[in-house]
Each structure stands twice: as C-alpha cells, then as structure tokens.
Design a protein around this ligand. Structure first.
Ligand code: IVH
Length: 680
C-alpha cells in the first residue's frame, strides 16, 4: 500500500471506529457485531505498525472507549452528564484481545522472556456486560463507578445498591482491608433480558439489541427503582488492595469470596498454554448452557508479583489477554430475494436461504436492510453468504464468500416498481429505504392503515393483524369506515370466530366511538402525523372541519408543523376520497371535535410552554405527556427555538440533545421536571 492510500485508510478507520465506539458505549445501540469491530481495529493496528508516521496518541488503538455522554462543558455538572463523574484511583483499562489460538502462544512467550520463575494462568469467563468498579470502606460499599473513559467514571452508586448480588456490607470479622477496590462486570441474564424486551415491545418502546446493551442502559437510568426490577447480576474479577492480601490472583478472589463478594465460580488455574486451550475448547461449547452471555475467555498471569513487573500499556495490562469466541455464523446459499412492502410503504429486501442450522434454530430467511446494503455486500442470487444472529429476531447476512461464487450467479437487482402494486418506487435522499408512494391502493399499505387505526394509541379496537388480514382478503374492508358497518354474519364467517369474539369486537368498536378527537386524528394515519402532532393540531384547530378547511399557512403557523407536514396535511384534506371517509366515520359516531369539558387541568405552571421529552422515564412516556398537559404545557415532538425545556430521560436521543444545546434550550432531568411541577 502506498503512503497516501495508507494515510487515507487510517483516517477513515479512525473515524469509523470512533463512530462505532459512540454507538456502543454511549448510545448502547451498536450497528456492527463485536467481531466486525475487532476486524476494523486489527486493520488499524496493522496499518499504524506499517506506517508509524501516521500513528497518534489519540488513535482508538491507544484509548479506552468512553461511555460518558459528550458534555457541553465538561467542567460543569450539566444535566447532560446525568451522573457525577469521579476520577478513578487506578486507571480502568481494557484488555487486548484475539480470535486466534496461535496468538496465545505469542502472549505466553512475551511473558516467559521477562522472568525465570515459573508462573501459571488464571482462566475465567469473559462476561458480556458492563464494567464496574466498587469501593468498600470499613466493610461497606461506599462507591460504584462505571469505567467511563478509563480515568474518570460515572458515579452509579445509587443504582448499584439495587443489584441483589452486590452486598452493601461485608461479612463481619472476615479479614477484609479497611479500604479496597474490586472490579467486575454487571450483566443481565437472558431470562431477565427477554422479559424486559417483551415489556418494552408491549409499551411500544425500542427493545434493547442484546443483554449487554440492556445491562449498561439499565445501569445508566436516573431512577434506582427501575434498576431494581431489571434482574441485573454481578461477578467480580479484579481485586485491588494497597497492601497485598494474597500471592496470586486466584487466592485474592478466594479471599474476596470469603468477605462475601460474588466472584466467578468458573475461574481455574491453568499450567501452560495447552491447558489454557483445553479450558477454551471446553467453554466454547459449554457456555451455551450458561444463563447469561459470555463473549470469550480472559487469561491472566496468576502470580501478582509477575503481574506488577509486567505492568500496563496505555490501553491494557501486559499480564492479561482475552480470547474471544467468534460469533456463530453459518454459510449457506442465497436462493432468491423477496422485496417486502411494509405498512408505510417502505421496501425491505429479505433473502430466502437454503435452510441452515444456526445457534439451535433453522434459518431460512435473513434481512438485507436496503438497496445500499445489497450494493455494499455485492450480493448475487446463487452466492454463498454468511449469516449471523445479531440481537434481532431475523438474522443478518454479514458477508459473501466470493471464493465459492459459481458461474450460475445472477445479479440482484433492486426493483424499480412496487412488487405488490406495480407503482414506480421513490427514494428520498435522506432516507435509506425505497418507498411505494401508492399509499391509498397498495394492499399491504391499506392493511397497515387498518392495523394502525385499531392500535392501542389510536382507536383501541379489539382485533389483531390476522383479523385485518381476513377481513381484507374477504373483501369486507377497503376504507377505514367499513369497520363500523361489519355485520355479525360477516364476523362469524371469520376463521375461529364465535359469538364471544364477535361480541368482544363489537363492544370495543362501540367504545371507540368515545375515543377523543386527537386520537381519531392520529388514527387516520396521515403521513408524518404522529401522536404528538395530532395532539397539537387538535388543540389548535379543535375540529376536523377546521382542519379540512385550513390553509397551508395556517398549518405552518402551528407548533412544530414544518413544510413536509403541512404539505402532507393539505394533500390529505384536498382528496375527496379522504373527505368521504371522514364523513362516514363522523356518521358512525366518532369524535370529530375536541371535548373541552374533558380536560382535567391541575395547574397553569407550564402555560404557554412547549416541552420536548426524550428517552425513557420511570413513568410511561404517555403518562409523562399527560402530566405536561395537565399542568397546561404543550408537548413538542421536535426541538425548536420555541421549546421551553427538554426533559432528558434514559437513552435520550443524542441528536435532540445536540440541537437543544445549540439553541440554548434548558435541559432538565425527570427529577428536575417533577420539582418544576411540584410533584414528588
Ligand atoms: S479483567 C485490567 N476479567 O472485558 C483489565 N475483564 O474487553 C481487567 N471482562 O474491560 C479486566 N469478564 O469489562 C477481566 N473475567 C474478566 C472479565 C473482564 C469481562 C470485561 C471487562 C474488560 C473487558 C475487556
């Protein structure tokens, strides 16, 4: 590689790795697998070795990834940093890692060169969670810090006190030092992870991608009560005392166990690399039976004196390394690609694969995301592809095996027209996906509109996707108002429907006639009109009639209605078909105007103020919005110059934060918000 090329590649790799660090540590939402990340890191390390003139101290190869949110001015205690940051007494470093058994021998040789005395290794599971540093003073847990950027971490003591396996006080008289640190990993067992995600899906919140993100996201919540219910666990693996309590690492862990601390029960002393390899081979299969995620094995020099003479590099100890398990992947043939049309008209390419066994299940389909991803993979029908299970339910294709490419391959061409209705597809520049614009007549989009209409936050009608599917395929429903003219006989003709289900359905249909106007407006599924915008429009225009006769300018002068939204509203209300649907829904008895008598106003504290909420709170987002409204405030969906406050919760959107900062909008925490409205 030429110098110029190397320089360019290095800066590209640095930018990419920094972006992925931010996704992983701060947003808890990685885009790529750990394995793909490690490959990028390895490439950068090799290039920096070949071209040392381009290596710098700031490179990700030299730094520990930081989990601290970028602060607007790190000197102050702005609510952005959310937790107090406290310097670590000893830097909290990362570990060198490898996927290659051969490198373990090199690791051993490097150590052997430095000493004449015999040494052994401690082999341990590498827990896939988030690192924690605990300080015990006089037998009591006095502080818990996250790794942060390695030199200072977030003080999460209040949250850590809610984790049952972490003792608040140690076994009296067990000989613990007056003050010491112990480090370990907080993780979420699979069972708790599944339970949490089911609940989040039910609450229409974004599920966590994997147990690691769930653990680290939970630890960073501002409300310790939330942490309590999340089923987090902890295993400790690194004791740091000023005066040595043992000669070896494993003895030190044993001591910690006697003091009452949770240390790994699977740590084992290995004599030489061949024993290490046996330990790895054993756990590579056995780990699948563990109730929590592990992503490798950590190998540490067991003798503490040798550890201290080996010391550290800027990023990791020289006395330890991690052997990481490759993510399970399977190689199979790509048979064809289906282009699925979603409810909003978005097109998703889905690969049909020759069935293959992967982590205990048979995989037949995998997502290809969008046209760009297909291009990046350079994928052809007939190619052999690697599939991997990410956190998502449907596996993904990570790469093609070009060496297995035959002569019978066919180029995979992204369609120009909608596979369901034949309408030419469109793609906005700022969106990754292609769309079918025929929202009124494209069958999956019609069904999608019904599913949206019956949803909990819309009309809350007692039916599911399967019912809509049947009603649509029998030709009973075409327009939204058709739901209100369904007959008992039509309903009884549906598969598995009996008198009871018919009555339940009709009852919920009856109830939906009382659903407030703002939800009716949301239920119509007008493009870009979410729950909050529907509320704002309802508050401003008061009735469907007023909305239908409003001008573009009037829409634009409404809170948070921009050009795109105003155009969408005008297009919707100038279509005679839509006006017909609205008329028939009104005839069916739906609420077409605001019922002012229903508003329970508690105070005027937030009158004239628009408040944007972002992230998750200890109460549901709906309750949070209701609270704002009951105190006469308006809920905004996007930050603008007229936003009075932004309430930042857990997993708060970083782009919203940046925008709020730029515009000088006051950012407050959930607790500060409660103080504002005087609620304890
Ligand atoms: S020892 C000075 N032991 O893996 C280094 N780390 O990828 C001390 N981890 O930052 C770390 N299990 O968060 C150690 N048994 C174990 C571990 C472990 C998981 C984590 C830890 C570390 C990361 C490196």
């Amino acid at each position: 590689m030429k110098k110029k090329e190397a320089k360019e590649r290095i800066s590209l790799l640095i930018a990419e790795l920094e972006r992925h660090n931010h996704n992983y540590y701060v947003l808890n939402a990685p885009e790529i697998t750990d394995f793909q990340y490690d490959l990028l890191m390895l490439e950068l390390q090799q290039l920096e070795k070949m071209f040392p003139e381009f290596a710098s101290k700031d490179s990700p190869t030299q730094k520990v990834g930081s989990d601290i949110l970028p602060d607007k001015s790190s000197q102050d205690s702005s609510p952005l940093s959310q937790f107090e940051q406290i310097p670590h007494k000893y830097p909290m470093l990362s570990l060198a890692n490898t996927y290659d058994m051969g490198e373990l021998e090199a690791f051993d040789e490097r150590i052997a060169k430095t000493t004449d005395t015999p040494y052994t290794f401690s082999c341990e599971l590498k827990f896939d969670g988030t690192a924690i540093c605990l300080t015990y003073k006089d037998g009591r847990l006095s502080r818990a810090l996250t790794r942060g950027d390695g030199t200072k971490g977030d003080d999460v003591t209040r949250n850590v006190l809610q984790i049952p396996s972490i003792p608040h006080s140690l076994v009296p008289g067990s000989g613990y030092p007056d003050e010491f640190e112990i480090r370990g990993e907080i993780y979420m067992p699979y069972k708790s992870f599944e339970k949490l995600n089911l609940q989040r899906i039910k609450d229409e919140e974004q599920p966590f991608a994997n147990p690691r993100n769930a653990a680290s996201g939970s630890l960073k919540t501002l409300d310790p009560k939330i942490v309590k219910g999340r089923g987090l666990e902890c295993t400790l693996y690194h004791l740091i005392t000023d005066i040595p309590v043992a000669a070896t690492h494993l003895e030190a862990l044993q001591k910690a166990a006697q003091w009452g601390l949770p240390v790994s029960e699977h740590a084992k002393e290995c004599r030489g690399i061949s024993e290490v390899e046996k330990y790895i081979a054993f756990w590579d299969t056995e780990r699948k039976t563990l109730p929590y995620a592990t992503d490798g094995i950590v190998i540490k020099v067991n003798q503490l004196q040798l550890q201290s003479s080996l010391g550290f590099t800027a990023k990791s100890p020289r006395w330890a390394t991690a052997y990481k398990f490759k993510p399970e992947e399977a190689l199979t043939k790509l048979l064809s690609i289906d282009y699925q049309v979603g409810r909003t008209g978005a097109i998703t390419p889905v690969a049909n694969l020759e069935p293959v066994q992967l982590s205990g299940t048979k995989v037949k389909r995998a997502s290809l995301h969008n046209a760009e991803q297909m291009q990046l993979l350079d994928i052809h029908i007939g190619d052999y592809v690697y599939v991997e299970k990410g956190g998502e339910i449907i596996p993904k294709i990570t790469r093609v095996a070009p060496e297995k490419r035959g002569f019978d391959i066919v180029e995979a061409v992204f369609p120009a027209v909608c596979p369901e209705c034949g309408t030419p597809l469109v793609k906005d520049e700022d969106e990754a996906k292609h769309f079918c614009p025929n929202s009124d007549f494209c069958p999956p989009q019609i069904k999608g509109r019904f599913i949206h209409f019956i949803g909990r936050k819309a009309m809350d009608i007692n039916a599911g996707e399967a019912t809509i599917e049947q009603l649509f395929s029998k030709g009973y429903i075409k327009e939204l108002d058709d739901l209100y003219t369904l007959t008992r006989d039509q309903l009884l003709s549906l598969e598995k429907w009996k008198e009871k289900s018919v009555s339940n359905f009709l009852e919920s249909l009856e109830k939906s006639r009382k659903v407030p106007f703002e939800r009716v407006l949301f239920a119509l599924g007008i493009r870009y009109i979410g729950e909050t915008t529907a509320k704002n429009l309802a508050a401003e225009f008061k009735s469907m009639e007023n909305l239908a006769s409003a001008t573009r300018e009037q829409f634009l002068s409404t809170e948070e209605v921009g050009e795109k939204l105003a155009d969408s509203l005008i297009a919707y209300f100038t279509d005679q078909r839509h006006l017909g649907i609205i008329k028939r829904l009104a005839d069916a008895g739906l609420q077409m105007s605001v019922d002012e008598s229903k508003k329970i106003i508690k105070s005027e504290i937030l009158a004239g103020k628009t408040i944007v909420i972002s992230g998750n709170f200890s109460i549901s987002r709906d309750d949070m919005k209701a609270l704002i409204e009951r105190h006469s405030g308006k809920v905004g969906s996007a930050i603008s110059g007229s936003t009075a406050y932004m309430v930042a919760g857990e997993k708060c959107g970083p782009s919203k934060l940046t925008k709020a900062e730029k515009l000088g909008i006051e950012i407050i925490s959930e607790e500060e918000f409660y103080k504002l409205i005087n609620k304890q």
